[in-house]
Design a protein around this ligand. Structure first.
Ligand SMILES: C[S@@+](CC[C@H](N)C(=O)[O-])C[C@H]1O[C@@H](n2cnc3c(N)ncnc32)[C@H](O)[C@@H]1O
Length: 335
Protein backbone atom coordinates (compact mmCIF):
# COMPACT_ATOMS: atom_id res chain seq x y z
CA UNK A 1 0.00 0.00 0.00
CA UNK A 2 1.20 3.47 -0.81
CA UNK A 3 1.59 5.07 2.64
CA UNK A 4 2.24 8.56 1.18
CA UNK A 5 -1.17 8.61 -0.50
CA UNK A 6 -2.91 8.11 2.87
CA UNK A 7 -1.08 10.85 4.76
CA UNK A 8 -3.06 14.00 5.42
CA UNK A 9 -1.01 16.86 4.01
CA UNK A 10 -0.02 19.46 6.60
CA UNK A 11 -1.79 22.64 5.62
CA UNK A 12 -0.99 26.07 7.08
CA UNK A 13 -3.98 27.92 8.52
CA UNK A 14 -5.06 30.53 5.92
CA UNK A 15 -5.29 33.31 8.55
CA UNK A 16 -3.44 35.89 6.50
CA UNK A 17 -5.72 35.23 3.52
CA UNK A 18 -8.82 35.45 5.74
CA UNK A 19 -7.54 38.82 6.96
CA UNK A 20 -7.08 40.03 3.39
CA UNK A 21 -10.56 38.80 2.52
CA UNK A 22 -12.03 40.71 5.47
CA UNK A 23 -10.20 43.84 4.28
CA UNK A 24 -11.70 43.41 0.82
CA UNK A 25 -15.23 43.35 2.29
CA UNK A 26 -14.53 46.27 4.62
CA UNK A 27 -13.08 48.35 1.80
CA UNK A 28 -16.11 47.61 -0.39
CA UNK A 29 -18.53 48.82 2.31
CA UNK A 30 -16.41 51.89 3.04
CA UNK A 31 -16.17 52.83 -0.62
CA UNK A 32 -19.93 52.50 -1.15
CA UNK A 33 -20.54 54.67 1.92
CA UNK A 34 -18.14 57.35 0.64
CA UNK A 35 -19.77 57.35 -2.78
CA UNK A 36 -23.22 57.60 -1.18
CA UNK A 37 -22.10 60.33 1.28
CA UNK A 38 -23.70 58.38 4.13
CA UNK A 39 -22.14 60.48 6.90
CA UNK A 40 -23.37 63.78 5.46
CA UNK A 41 -26.89 62.32 5.54
CA UNK A 42 -26.65 61.05 9.13
CA UNK A 43 -25.16 64.37 10.26
CA UNK A 44 -28.08 66.18 8.59
CA UNK A 45 -30.54 64.24 10.75
CA UNK A 46 -31.36 61.36 8.39
CA UNK A 47 -30.41 58.94 11.12
CA UNK A 48 -32.58 55.88 10.46
CA UNK A 49 -32.69 53.43 7.56
CA UNK A 50 -36.24 54.55 6.72
CA UNK A 51 -35.38 58.26 6.63
CA UNK A 52 -32.35 57.79 4.35
CA UNK A 53 -33.99 55.22 2.09
CA UNK A 54 -37.15 57.31 1.68
CA UNK A 55 -35.54 60.66 0.98
CA UNK A 56 -33.00 59.26 -1.51
CA UNK A 57 -35.11 56.40 -2.95
CA UNK A 58 -32.50 53.82 -1.94
CA UNK A 59 -33.22 50.15 -1.40
CA UNK A 60 -34.17 49.87 2.33
CA UNK A 61 -32.55 46.45 2.76
CA UNK A 62 -29.27 47.50 1.13
CA UNK A 63 -29.30 50.71 3.19
CA UNK A 64 -29.74 48.75 6.41
CA UNK A 65 -26.98 46.30 5.54
CA UNK A 66 -24.60 49.15 4.76
CA UNK A 67 -25.37 51.18 7.91
CA UNK A 68 -25.03 48.08 10.08
CA UNK A 69 -21.71 47.18 8.47
CA UNK A 70 -20.46 50.73 9.08
CA UNK A 71 -21.50 50.40 12.71
CA UNK A 72 -19.60 47.15 13.08
CA UNK A 73 -16.57 48.90 11.56
CA UNK A 74 -16.90 51.72 14.16
CA UNK A 75 -17.62 54.27 11.44
CA UNK A 76 -21.12 54.90 12.86
CA UNK A 77 -22.71 54.11 16.22
CA UNK A 78 -26.03 52.26 16.27
CA UNK A 79 -28.45 52.98 19.13
CA UNK A 80 -31.81 51.20 18.77
CA UNK A 81 -32.90 51.96 15.22
CA UNK A 82 -30.91 55.22 15.06
CA UNK A 83 -27.38 55.79 13.80
CA UNK A 84 -25.08 58.55 14.98
CA UNK A 85 -21.73 59.98 13.97
CA UNK A 86 -18.36 58.95 15.44
CA UNK A 87 -15.86 61.81 16.01
CA UNK A 88 -13.58 60.64 13.17
CA UNK A 89 -16.47 60.76 10.68
CA UNK A 90 -17.53 64.17 12.04
CA UNK A 91 -14.03 65.55 11.39
CA UNK A 92 -12.94 63.78 8.18
CA UNK A 93 -15.98 62.45 6.34
CA UNK A 94 -18.24 65.48 5.98
CA UNK A 95 -17.67 67.11 2.57
CA UNK A 96 -18.27 70.69 3.74
CA UNK A 97 -15.41 70.53 6.31
CA UNK A 98 -11.92 71.75 5.31
CA UNK A 99 -10.57 68.54 6.88
CA UNK A 100 -12.68 66.33 4.56
CA UNK A 101 -10.68 63.28 3.43
CA UNK A 102 -13.35 61.59 1.29
CA UNK A 103 -12.17 62.97 -2.06
CA UNK A 104 -8.66 61.69 -1.48
CA UNK A 105 -9.84 58.34 -0.14
CA UNK A 106 -12.02 57.84 -3.21
CA UNK A 107 -9.14 58.86 -5.47
CA UNK A 108 -7.04 56.19 -3.77
CA UNK A 109 -9.58 53.58 -4.84
CA UNK A 110 -9.17 54.74 -8.43
CA UNK A 111 -5.56 53.67 -8.73
CA UNK A 112 -6.42 50.03 -8.13
CA UNK A 113 -10.20 49.93 -8.14
CA UNK A 114 -10.54 49.64 -11.88
CA UNK A 115 -8.58 46.42 -11.78
CA UNK A 116 -5.75 48.03 -13.70
CA UNK A 117 -2.93 47.29 -11.33
CA UNK A 118 -2.18 43.80 -12.61
CA UNK A 119 -2.40 45.19 -16.14
CA UNK A 120 0.11 47.94 -15.30
CA UNK A 121 2.53 45.36 -13.92
CA UNK A 122 2.16 43.27 -17.09
CA UNK A 123 2.72 46.16 -19.45
CA UNK A 124 4.57 48.81 -17.39
CA UNK A 125 2.02 51.37 -18.67
CA UNK A 126 1.35 53.96 -15.97
CA UNK A 127 0.19 56.12 -14.25
CA UNK A 128 -3.19 54.54 -13.70
CA UNK A 129 -6.09 56.38 -12.06
CA UNK A 130 -4.32 59.70 -11.66
CA UNK A 131 -0.79 61.06 -11.91
CA UNK A 132 0.42 62.23 -8.49
CA UNK A 133 2.76 64.85 -9.90
CA UNK A 134 0.27 66.47 -12.25
CA UNK A 135 -2.16 69.28 -11.49
CA UNK A 136 -5.06 66.77 -11.54
CA UNK A 137 -3.83 65.47 -8.13
CA UNK A 138 -4.25 68.83 -6.35
CA UNK A 139 -7.57 67.90 -4.68
CA UNK A 140 -6.09 64.60 -3.58
CA UNK A 141 -3.14 66.31 -1.91
CA UNK A 142 -5.39 68.83 -0.19
CA UNK A 143 -7.33 65.87 1.26
CA UNK A 144 -4.10 64.28 2.49
CA UNK A 145 -2.99 67.48 4.18
CA UNK A 146 -6.22 67.91 6.11
CA UNK A 147 -5.11 64.99 8.29
CA UNK A 148 -1.77 66.65 9.11
CA UNK A 149 -3.33 69.97 10.12
CA UNK A 150 -5.58 68.23 12.58
CA UNK A 151 -2.59 68.09 14.95
CA UNK A 152 -0.11 70.79 13.79
CA UNK A 153 1.91 70.73 17.03
CA UNK A 154 2.77 67.02 16.72
CA UNK A 155 3.27 67.43 13.00
CA UNK A 156 5.79 70.26 13.36
CA UNK A 157 7.50 68.72 16.41
CA UNK A 158 8.61 65.76 14.28
CA UNK A 159 10.11 68.17 11.74
CA UNK A 160 12.38 69.92 14.25
CA UNK A 161 14.06 66.59 14.99
CA UNK A 162 14.90 66.07 11.31
CA UNK A 163 16.84 69.36 11.06
CA UNK A 164 18.78 68.46 14.19
CA UNK A 165 19.74 65.11 12.67
CA UNK A 166 20.88 66.91 9.53
CA UNK A 167 22.97 69.41 11.52
CA UNK A 168 21.12 72.34 9.93
CA UNK A 169 20.37 75.18 12.33
CA UNK A 170 17.91 78.00 11.97
CA UNK A 171 19.86 81.30 11.82
CA UNK A 172 19.68 84.84 10.59
CA UNK A 173 19.75 85.00 6.78
CA UNK A 174 19.28 81.26 6.18
CA UNK A 175 17.50 80.95 2.81
CA UNK A 176 15.53 77.78 2.22
CA UNK A 177 13.74 76.61 -0.92
CA UNK A 178 11.11 73.93 -0.29
CA UNK A 179 10.26 72.22 -3.61
CA UNK A 180 6.88 70.41 -3.81
CA UNK A 181 6.32 71.79 -0.33
CA UNK A 182 2.70 70.76 0.33
CA UNK A 183 1.77 72.47 3.62
CA UNK A 184 5.55 72.85 4.10
CA UNK A 185 5.91 71.37 7.58
CA UNK A 186 9.67 70.94 7.39
CA UNK A 187 10.64 74.39 6.12
CA UNK A 188 8.05 76.18 8.26
CA UNK A 189 9.44 74.44 11.33
CA UNK A 190 12.83 76.01 10.51
CA UNK A 191 11.22 79.41 9.97
CA UNK A 192 9.42 79.08 13.28
CA UNK A 193 12.73 78.41 15.03
CA UNK A 194 14.32 81.77 14.01
CA UNK A 195 12.75 85.02 12.71
CA UNK A 196 15.74 85.55 10.37
CA UNK A 197 15.05 82.37 8.34
CA UNK A 198 13.51 83.02 4.91
CA UNK A 199 11.65 80.25 3.11
CA UNK A 200 10.50 80.10 -0.50
CA UNK A 201 7.68 77.64 -1.05
CA UNK A 202 7.15 75.96 -4.42
CA UNK A 203 4.02 73.98 -5.26
CA UNK A 204 0.84 74.41 -7.29
CA UNK A 205 -0.95 77.68 -6.51
CA UNK A 206 -3.93 76.07 -4.71
CA UNK A 207 -1.56 74.11 -2.47
CA UNK A 208 0.40 77.26 -1.64
CA UNK A 209 -2.86 78.77 -0.36
CA UNK A 210 -2.91 75.90 2.12
CA UNK A 211 0.76 76.39 3.08
CA UNK A 212 0.11 80.15 3.41
CA UNK A 213 -2.69 79.44 5.88
CA UNK A 214 -0.40 77.22 7.95
CA UNK A 215 2.26 80.00 7.94
CA UNK A 216 -0.36 82.56 9.00
CA UNK A 217 -1.60 80.31 11.80
CA UNK A 218 2.02 80.03 13.00
CA UNK A 219 2.49 83.83 12.72
CA UNK A 220 5.45 83.52 10.34
CA UNK A 221 3.89 84.58 7.03
CA UNK A 222 6.31 87.53 6.67
CA UNK A 223 9.20 85.02 6.39
CA UNK A 224 7.57 83.16 3.50
CA UNK A 225 7.70 83.81 -0.26
CA UNK A 226 5.40 81.75 -2.51
CA UNK A 227 6.73 80.38 -5.82
CA UNK A 228 3.68 78.84 -7.52
CA UNK A 229 3.78 76.49 -10.50
CA UNK A 230 5.19 73.30 -11.95
CA UNK A 231 8.50 72.29 -10.39
CA UNK A 232 9.83 71.36 -13.85
CA UNK A 233 9.33 74.80 -15.34
CA UNK A 234 9.32 77.40 -12.54
CA UNK A 235 12.74 79.12 -12.47
CA UNK A 236 14.57 78.50 -9.16
CA UNK A 237 17.21 81.17 -9.78
CA UNK A 238 20.95 80.74 -9.48
CA UNK A 239 23.28 80.54 -6.45
CA UNK A 240 20.62 81.80 -4.10
CA UNK A 241 19.68 79.21 -1.45
CA UNK A 242 21.60 77.79 1.53
CA UNK A 243 19.29 74.80 1.79
CA UNK A 244 16.95 73.14 -0.70
CA UNK A 245 14.48 70.60 0.61
CA UNK A 246 12.89 67.85 -1.50
CA UNK A 247 10.40 66.05 0.72
CA UNK A 248 8.35 63.01 -0.39
CA UNK A 249 8.56 63.85 -4.09
CA UNK A 250 11.55 62.01 -5.61
CA UNK A 251 9.89 58.59 -5.24
CA UNK A 252 7.41 59.74 -7.91
CA UNK A 253 10.19 60.23 -10.47
CA UNK A 254 12.52 58.05 -12.51
CA UNK A 255 16.29 58.16 -11.85
CA UNK A 256 16.72 60.35 -14.97
CA UNK A 257 14.03 62.78 -13.80
CA UNK A 258 15.56 62.93 -10.32
CA UNK A 259 19.02 63.64 -11.71
CA UNK A 260 17.48 66.49 -13.75
CA UNK A 261 15.69 67.82 -10.66
CA UNK A 262 18.88 67.58 -8.54
CA UNK A 263 20.77 69.53 -11.26
CA UNK A 264 18.16 72.32 -11.21
CA UNK A 265 18.50 72.47 -7.41
CA UNK A 266 22.31 72.43 -7.69
CA UNK A 267 22.20 75.54 -9.86
CA UNK A 268 19.98 77.30 -7.31
CA UNK A 269 22.20 76.53 -4.30
CA UNK A 270 25.04 78.76 -3.09
CA UNK A 271 28.48 77.09 -3.21
CA UNK A 272 28.66 74.84 -0.15
CA UNK A 273 24.85 74.80 0.06
CA UNK A 274 22.91 71.72 1.12
CA UNK A 275 20.31 69.65 -0.68
CA UNK A 276 18.13 67.45 1.52
CA UNK A 277 16.32 64.54 -0.13
CA UNK A 278 13.71 62.94 2.08
CA UNK A 279 11.78 60.13 0.40
CA UNK A 280 10.26 56.77 1.15
CA UNK A 281 13.28 54.56 0.61
CA UNK A 282 13.66 50.93 -0.33
CA UNK A 283 15.46 50.30 2.96
CA UNK A 284 12.57 51.79 4.95
CA UNK A 285 9.24 50.86 3.35
CA UNK A 286 6.12 52.67 4.53
CA UNK A 287 2.97 50.52 4.68
CA UNK A 288 0.79 53.65 4.48
CA UNK A 289 2.27 54.52 1.06
CA UNK A 290 3.34 51.19 -0.42
CA UNK A 291 5.86 51.06 -3.23
CA UNK A 292 3.29 49.71 -5.65
CA UNK A 293 1.11 52.77 -5.05
CA UNK A 294 4.03 55.07 -5.91
CA UNK A 295 4.58 52.98 -9.03
CA UNK A 296 0.89 53.12 -10.00
CA UNK A 297 0.35 56.87 -9.62
CA UNK A 298 3.45 58.01 -11.47
CA UNK A 299 5.05 57.62 -14.86
CA UNK A 300 8.52 56.76 -13.58
CA UNK A 301 8.42 56.54 -9.78
CA UNK A 302 9.80 53.77 -7.57
CA UNK A 303 11.40 53.21 -4.19
CA UNK A 304 15.17 53.77 -4.38
CA UNK A 305 17.85 52.89 -1.85
CA UNK A 306 20.72 55.06 -0.65
CA UNK A 307 23.29 53.85 -3.24
CA UNK A 308 20.78 54.64 -6.03
CA UNK A 309 20.18 58.16 -4.69
CA UNK A 310 23.93 58.63 -4.23
CA UNK A 311 24.46 57.77 -7.88
CA UNK A 312 21.78 60.26 -9.03
CA UNK A 313 23.22 62.99 -6.76
CA UNK A 314 26.78 62.40 -7.96
CA UNK A 315 25.61 62.62 -11.56
CA UNK A 316 24.06 66.00 -10.70
CA UNK A 317 27.36 67.27 -9.27
CA UNK A 318 26.97 66.85 -5.50
CA UNK A 319 29.66 65.76 -3.08
CA UNK A 320 29.74 64.68 0.58
CA UNK A 321 26.51 62.66 0.23
CA UNK A 322 25.43 61.34 3.61
CA UNK A 323 22.65 58.97 4.68
CA UNK A 324 21.82 60.89 7.83
CA UNK A 325 19.38 58.63 9.60
CA UNK A 326 16.34 56.60 8.72
CA UNK A 327 15.41 58.70 5.69
CA UNK A 328 16.92 62.05 4.80
CA UNK A 329 19.99 62.24 2.60
CA UNK A 330 22.21 65.34 2.81
CA UNK A 331 24.28 66.36 -0.24
CA UNK A 332 26.54 69.35 -0.63
CA UNK A 333 27.29 71.65 -3.56
CA UNK A 334 31.09 71.79 -3.81
CA UNK A 335 32.29 75.00 -2.07
C1 LIG B 1 3.78 63.92 -1.00
S1 LIG B 1 3.55 65.61 -1.13
C2 LIG B 1 4.97 66.19 -0.26
C3 LIG B 1 4.71 67.42 0.55
C4 LIG B 1 5.84 67.90 1.42
N1 LIG B 1 7.06 68.11 0.65
C5 LIG B 1 6.10 66.97 2.56
O1 LIG B 1 7.19 66.40 2.62
O2 LIG B 1 5.23 66.83 3.41
C6 LIG B 1 3.90 65.98 -2.77
C7 LIG B 1 3.66 67.45 -3.14
O3 LIG B 1 4.30 67.64 -4.39
C8 LIG B 1 3.53 68.55 -5.14
N2 LIG B 1 3.86 68.38 -6.55
C9 LIG B 1 3.82 67.21 -7.22
N3 LIG B 1 4.16 67.42 -8.50
C10 LIG B 1 4.41 68.74 -8.63
C11 LIG B 1 4.80 69.54 -9.72
N4 LIG B 1 5.01 69.02 -10.92
N5 LIG B 1 4.99 70.85 -9.50
C12 LIG B 1 4.77 71.40 -8.27
N6 LIG B 1 4.39 70.67 -7.18
C13 LIG B 1 4.22 69.36 -7.38
C14 LIG B 1 2.10 68.17 -4.83
O4 LIG B 1 1.19 69.20 -5.13
C15 LIG B 1 2.20 67.84 -3.35
O5 LIG B 1 1.88 68.96 -2.55
Amino acid sequence: MDSEANETPVMPAPDILDQMDAHIFQVASFRAALELQVWAKVAAGEDTVERIAESHHWDPLGTRMLLDDLSSLNLLVKEGNRYRMVPEAECYLLPDKPTYMGRYLLADFAWEGNGQLAGAIRTGKRPIGYGATTAEAIDTWIGVYSRSWAAPATYLGRCDAMWQQLGIQARDGLHVLDIACGPAPKSLSLARAHPGVRVTLLDWEQILTVAGKVATDLGIQSQVTPLPGDLWTVPYGSGHYDVIYLGSITHFFSPEQNTRLFRRAHEALIPGGTLVVNAIRREYPDPTAPGLWLYAVSEGGALYDFPEYKDMLERAGYTDIVDVSTQPIRATKRP
